[in-house]
Ligand binder design. Structure first.
Ligand SMILES: CC(C)(COP(=O)(O)OP(=O)(O)OC[C@H]1O[C@@H](n2cnc3c(N)ncnc32)[C@H](O)[C@@H]1OP(=O)(O)O)[C@@H](O)C(=O)NCCC(=O)NCCS
Length: 163
């Protein structure tokens, strides 16, 4: 596994591949099979290129040249708060500590940026995701929001931690 490094626009394809593989395995049952089976790397690449050129910051780690996992971090609307916007691990590397490394890395990065608190939003039905965050030291708080993902309204619960 490589060190966690800042992603660039050249990583858009490999990030798309890992992102879609993680969605298709991790979100089976949360979203329809039709949606998951039709996710397309070619359609995802321009979205990733745009994200990689934006103010959001993405870090990744590779194994055997594949993206093993990645995070996207950014400022949250609340003062002194950083948001872990995306955290995905390629299913080929689940339960090997990659997600925990990425979660820890995000908290160190938030501290370096001077944030006092970190948050992450999780689909309210993503039980494994919630258990993962709790295992990594995040705690559910009272935050609730509804996001629109591929046109579907998704209730989300907020996890947070003081830094
Ligand atoms: C959730 C996810 C990020 C975990 O990544 P991972 O690299 O497998 O996690 P780790 O190996 O670092 O696990 C750390 C701890 O989290 C917990 N955990 C991890 N996956 C879990 C699961 N599927 N169910 C319950 N607990 C889990 C365990 O306590 C684990 O420690 P252990 O393996 O010693 O028991 C990964 O399964 C994933 O990408 N899922 C799809 C996307 C997603 O749900 N992202 C998070 C919400 S946005």
């Amino acid at each position: 596994m490589t060190a966690i490094q800042r992603a660039t626009v050249e990583d858009a394809r490999d990030l798309s591949i890992a992102h879609i593989a993680s969605w298709q395995k991790g979100y089976r049952g949360l979203y329809s099979d039709e949606l998951l089976d039709n996710l397309s790397v070619d359609e995802s690449i321009p979205r990733w290129e745009k994200r990689l050129r934006s103010d959001d910051t993405t870090f990744l780690t590779r194994r055997n040249r594949q993206v093993a996992g990645f995070i996207t971090v950014r400022a949250a609307p609340a003062e002194d708060t950083g948001e872990l916007y995306l955290l995905y691990v390629n299913p080929d590397f689940w339960r090997q500590g990659v997600g925990r490394r990425l979660s820890n890395f995000s908290c160190n990065w938030f501290m370096e940026q001077g944030y006092k608190r970190a948050i992450v939003w999780v689909n309210h039905l993503n039980k494994p995701g919630m258990e993962f965050y709790e295992a990594c030291g995040w705690e559910p708080d009272s935050g609730r929001q509804t996001s629109e993902i591929y046109g579907i309204k998704v209730p989300e619960v907020r996890y947070s931690r003081m830094l």
